[in-house]
Design a protein around this ligand. Structure first.
Ligand code: SAM
Length: 325
């Protein structure tokens, strides 16, 4: 098997697959509150098409997949897709990123279908605030979903917390305490500038770390359980970990190992750059496995050295929910 790498010799072994641009929440930093343009159903890749991309990716050495969205659990029969993907030769890790609202219903079946782990987005532990941030969600559904994921063995469950100044940054200590009291794995994410969040401000990782000192020293985790952008730490004696994802202040592009497939079949080499390679038309025009592999190589070769946020270059063609994070 070949090993896919980009023009900067970064190995590419991870594909994020967005299965829908629909979501059952309307998070203030991810979605506009009205006038959401959705992809027509016919534009969204069918599961057999996703499977063909996964096979081509696996033939190039990609062995890790993450299913995302929109909200992946609003797509019907997602369990079936997971089952199909987990049977692909060469794929040894499939994870899911979800808002957790529908996890209770699906956790066990997903596990049986081959899903290994879940990341759950949860930006507040306060019921009212959860309703305001998501514009329509119920915190209890998510907490129940997290329990269901743990019961199903989809572990470690990692919680993604996007930290926003004046919105939820007063909760970082409470989240961090859960790594000690409940063994949770909490990852604080710097808010990235996408269209719908123009009125929101990020909190730099350094500031969050400073605040967490109130709970004790954070020790780096030597065996972090991640292959992604987070840096993991632990309070002494804590079962859980604190992770930081800092695309703005400590970017990790030099380590980037991923490609992203959008729900409408575009392969995106970099989350924060608008360049995409179209796979949908070739898929629908009967492209062979070799042809798909060549297009994936082309996308990998086009990965930029790093994002250009510091120079004021923001992604413009898509919102986060259309890429999948
Ligand atoms: N619906 C799923 C969920 O809520 O996890 C998957 C899609 S969501 C777009 C994936 C991740 O992107 C979530 O953890 C979400 O918090 C994060 N996200 C969305 N917009 C973001 C932004 N502007 N900056 C940083 N993270 C963002």
């Amino acid at each position: 098997m070949t090993c896919l790498s980009d023009s900067f010799q970064r190995p590419i072994n991870y594909l994020r697959i967005s299965v829908t641009d629909r979501c059952n929440l309307r998070c203030v930093y991810c979605m506009p509150d009205h006038g959401i343009a959705l992809l027509p159903h016919g534009e969204i890749l069918r599961y057999e098409e996703v499977l063909r991309v996964a096979r081509a990716a696996a033939a190039l050495g990609i062995n890790k997949l993450r299913v995302t969205g929109g909200e992946p659990l609003v797509r019907s029969d997602l369990t079936e897709l997971v089952r199909m993907l987990s049977a692909v030769d060469g794929i040894d890790d499939i994870a899911l990123t979800t808002n957790g609202v529908l996890l209770r219903q699906h956790a066990m079946a997903l596990k049986e279908a081959g899903l290994k782990r879940v990341n759950v987005s949860l930006d507040t532990l306060d019921r009212d605030r959860y309703g305001r941030i998501t514009r329509c969600g119920r915190l209890d559904d998510v907490l129940d979903g997290i329990d269901a994921a743990k019961d199903a063995g989809l572990e470690p469950v990692k919680l993604n917390v996007v930290v926003m100044k004046g919105i939820n940054d007063d909760e970082v200590l409470e989240f961090a305490r859960l790594t000690m009291d409940e063994g949770w794995h909490v990852r604080f994410i710097e808010l990235m500038p996408f269209d719908s969040d123009a009125h929101l401000s990020p909190v730099p990782t350094s500031e969050i770390r400073e605040r967490l000192l109130a709970l004790g020293p954070l020790e780096p985790c030597l065996h972090s359980h991640g292959n992604g952008p987070a840096k993991y730490f632990r309070f002494p004696q804590a079962r859980g970990t604190v992770g930081f994802i800092s695309p703005l202040t400590e970017h990790f592009c030099f380590n980037c190992n991923r490609l992203r497939l959008t729900a409408d079949g575009k392969l995106r080499p970099c989350l924060l750059s608008d360049y995409e390679v179209d796979l949908k038309s070739p898929l629908r025009n009967g492209a062979s496995l070799d042809e798909l592999m060549e297009l994936i190589r082309q996308a990998a070769a086009a990965k930029p050295r790093g994002h250009q946020l510091a120079a004021g270059v923001h992604p413009e063609s898509r919102a986060m929910r259309q890429i999948g994070g």
